[in-house]
Write a protein that binds this ligand. Structure first.
Ligand code: AMP
Ligand code: MG
Ligand code: MG
Length: 311
């Protein structure tokens, strides 16, 4: 991809293109029906789709941006034989390449960038057939802050019948905005979105205090943030340590580019530098605007915040 666009814009364009390819891998593994499930830990699974999608994303980005630090959920997955040549994506999304890079990001160098990759967010839901919840997440951080990212939804259906297309890319760039979907205002009553498969008594306690009209339980950090962006939920609340930096980097970048915020349940931003610990130990609290975020933050009892911070 030979273009004069600044690094962050080129990298986002490459990430959007490779996320689409990874999404096709996710669909292909499912259609073949051999998921190759491995249990990494308690309630923590990996499939052939997680491994192959990560190989596709990391090989493609590393070949084009050799000095960037790329951290993927699946570590260095074993790949038997040569990586298929059609997994190596070199083009960049044309629409993203036209974006005007904000001044503060124009001079960013490869050495200052950490890319956080979740090749398949919502693996539990993927294995159980809740395919709409599945996303591919590529988040770009500069000086510890998520500045750009893509949330790819492999099973999103656009149009009907002839011309039907599967998959879409939702992207955001700090100072330039978001694309790939229609940003919608939050619902008129308070609707919370939270985990479907990783709840516990503390998670439930934090939901009870919200005084919500409805609680949606869906898989994946990417899909929950999509619900906020599309006006289907008001706040994402998860008062538990299970999410990792690759779950939140891309969603935080897109949400921030849309005017929202993603923090821990104490209201602090996570840092995304190369040496940061992977777990987001103090949970997730996200909203599409500062007012809703403040409301939810104030509702969570101090004892619950203190207990999570001590872990
Ligand atoms: P969920 O909202 O449960 O779909 O979780 C969002 C992301 O965080 C997914 O990638 C999960 O795998 C991860 N996650 C959350 N809680 C846990 C947990 N207790 N153990 C392992 N992964 C978790
Ligand atoms: Mg994940
Ligand atoms: Mg994952």
């Amino acid at each position: 991809m030979a273009t004069a666009a600044p690094l962050v814009v080129r990298l986002l364009a490459s990430s959007v293109s490779v996320a689409s390819r990874a999404g096709k891998i996710v669909r292909d593994v499912m259609s073949k029906g051999e998921l190759g499930i491995v249990e990494k830990g308690k309630d923590d699974y990996q499939t052939e789709a997680d491994r192959s999608a990560q190989t596709c994303i990391i090989s493609s980005l590393a070949a084009q941006y050799p000095k960037i630090n790329i951290i993927g959920e699946e570590g260095s997955p074993e790949h038997e034989g040569e990586i298929p040549s059609d997994w190596l994506i070199t083009e960049g999304d044309e629409e993203v390449l036209k974006l005007v890079c904000p001044g503060n990001l124009q001079g960013v160098k490869e050495e200052e960038v950490v890319v956080w990759v979740d090749p398949l967010d919502g693996t539990s839901e993927y294995t159980q057939g809740f395919l709409e919840h599945v996303t591919v997440l590529i988040g770009i951080s500069v000086n510890e802050t998520p500045v750009a990212g893509v949330i790819h939804q492999p099973y999103y259906k656009e149009g009907l019948g002839v011309g039907k297309k599967l998959g879409r890319n939702i992207w955001g760039l700090q100072g330039a905005g978001v694309g790939g979907f229609s940003l919608a205002p939050p619902p008129s009553s308070l609707i919370i979105t939270t985990t479907r498969s990783h709840s516990n008594p503390v998670v439930e306690q934090a939901l009870q205090v919200m005084n919500a009209s409805q609680v949606l339980r869906v898989g994946g950090a990417g899909y929950k943030v999509l619900q906020l962006l599309e006006g289907k939920a008001s706040v994402y609340v998860f008062a538990s340590p299970g999410c990792k930096k690759w779950d939140t980097c891309a969603p935080e970048a897109v949400l921030a580019a849309a005017g929202g915020a993603l923090t821990d349940v104490l209201g602090r931003r996570y840092k995304y530098g190369p040496a940061e610990p992977h777990p987001n130990k103090t949970g997730v609290l996200a909203a599409v605007n500062p007012e809703l975020h403040k409301y939810a933050l104030e509702r969570i009892p101090q004892e619950l915040k203190d207990a999570l911070a001590k872990k």
